[in-house]
Design a protein around this ligand. Structure first.
Ligand SMILES: [Zn+2]
Length: 111
């Protein structure tokens, strides 16, 4: 995994850093926005420090493919090339190994 700067100009504060696979980090590069392929609008990329994965993405095809559910999700999937063939090759092996897809994350609602 890479240490990713969510906002490349945002410094090294912990709330601006997250773990990212090499594919996503290198695909994101300096971007903070991307085009939503459905609405054609420029949308801020998903921020894993401020947004919930399950609100914007879902696994389809048995966990092989990530589907963006919102403009943020769709723009992020496209910009980060989250379904690039090289990533699918790895995911197929993770699925075969029983390591993927990950469990649904718990809600952040207070008990
Ligand atoms: Zn990734």
């Amino acid at each position: 995994m890479h240490i990713e700067h969510i906002d490349p100009g945002g410094g090294d504060r912990i709330d601006n850093l997250c773990l990212s696979c090499a594919n996503c980090n290198l695909s994101k590069a300096l971007a903070v926005t991307a085009f939503d392929p459905v609405t054609k609008e420029v949308i801020p990329l998903f921020n894993p420090r401020q947004q919930l994965w399950n609100d914007h993405f879902e696994w389809i095809q048995g966990g092989l493919v990530i589907k963006g559910l919102t403009p943020t999700g769709r723009a992020t999937v496209e910009r980060l090339k989250m379904n690039h063939e090289r990533v699918l090759i790895a995911r197929r092996r993770w699925i075969q190994g029983g390591w993927h897809p990950p469990a649904i994350l718990p809600s952040t609602e207070e008990p």
